[in-house]
Design a protein around this ligand. Structure first.
Ligand code: MLT
Length: 327
């Protein structure tokens, strides 16, 4: 660290170069950005850090926080902070910030892509031809037009999906207990009780945070309330789904298909009950992985860190109690 350095920022994951350049360009800041770090190396390196800029692949748990005596801020280049132990950070007075808007469009576009690919068997069709077959009959699909899309969680991403699905002439219904009804009304999307969304939807897409209320919300009893032949899309968090229950429903055909981008454990274990099922399309947490979104969230995260370290300004704070304690 240079003699005039006041603060050291560690970027222990592959975060867009624009963010690193912004951090390096500021006086008083030193930066270490080695790319994705192994856990042990990270536990070592975090000892000198005043701030971390992370993606979902870095687990900022109580152990890591205990190894970071200088740490003041964690900025998440992305939305979910389920990889950060908020209680441990709060107890240490560490501000945790996120960048909730930057990957909305990428995630919404990806969700539409999953829905289309699942409906039209695009991945198995590709695999089949790559394997030397010319099989048109096995991959007859269904249209989105005229089908009902149920959106669980009508926040930024859910709303962006609603607009895109309307362009595909789908009927949209949603469940979101926190959204002001006027917002849904302006979108032309009826807000319904969860069981009504389940009963009406041909496609169900999940855009909720994992809480005690939503963990495993897609389970045997909720599936029993769904329309037979429903297709389920999850580009939010794996823990929203009880994988064994969904696997059983996919095998029996009660659920016609599922498109999954997220898993309770990432990467998922080799014996994950949903991986490899013929009516499941799975991808490795790619929804926000566009150069556009990654640049936006990384730059935002770098700016959050600089504003906090250099000017004491905290924005997009996920553990607001930490600010009350500081006051
Ligand atoms: C998010 O929470 O922002 C997305 O899941 C993407 C990511 O994990 O980076």
């Amino acid at each position: 660290m240079a003699a005039e350095t006041m603060f050291h920022v560690l970027v222990p994951d592959n975060v867009h170069q624009k963010a690193i350049d912004i951090l390096r360009g500021r006086a008083g800041i030193s930066v270490s950005a080695p790319g994705k770090m192994e856990r042990n190396a990270l536990l070592e390196a975090v000892g000198a850090a005043h701030a971390l800029v992370i993606r979902s692949g870095v687990t900022a748990d109580a152990e890591l926080i205990s190894r970071a005596p200088e740490l003041k801020a964690i900025a998440r280049a992305g939305v979910g902070v389920d990889n950060v132990d908020l209680a441990a950070a709060t107890a240490r007075g560490i501000v945790v910030m996120n960048t909730p808007g930057g990957n909305t469009i990428s995630t919404a576009e990806y969700t539409m892509g999953l829905m289309l690919a699942l409906s039209r068997h695009i991945a198995p069709g590709h695999q089949s031809l790559a394997g030397g077959r010319w099989d048109r009959k096995a991959y007859t699909g269904v249209e989105l037009k005229g089908k009902t899309l149920g959106i669980i969680g009508l926040g930024r991403i859910g709303q962006a999906i609603a607009k895109r699905a309307q362009a595909f002439e789908m009927a949209i219904v949603a469940h979101d207990p926190y959204l002001p009804p006027a917002v849904a009304e302006a979108l032309g999307v009826p807000l319904l009780e969860l069981h009504e969304v389940y009963a009406r939807s041909d496609y169900l897409t999940l855009h909720a945070l994992v809480t005690d209320e939503t963990r495993s919300m897609i389970n045997a009893s909720s599936i029993a309330r769904m329309k037979a032949g429903v297709r389920i899309i999850n580009a939010a968090r794996g823990a929203l789904i009880d994988s064994a229950a969904l696997a059983a429903a996919l095998s029996s055909g009660v659920v016609a298909g599922a498109a999954l981008d997220v898993y309770e454990q990432e990467p998922p274990p080799g014996d994950h009950p949903l991986i490899g099922l013929p009516n499941v399309l799975h991808t490795p947490h790619l929804a926000a992985s566009t150069s556009d979104a990654q640049a936006t969230v990384a730059v935002e995260a770098a700016e959050l860190v600089l504003a906090y370290l250099l000017d004491g300004v905290a924005e997009n704070v996920c553990n607001r109690e930490v600010l009350n304690a500081k006051d």
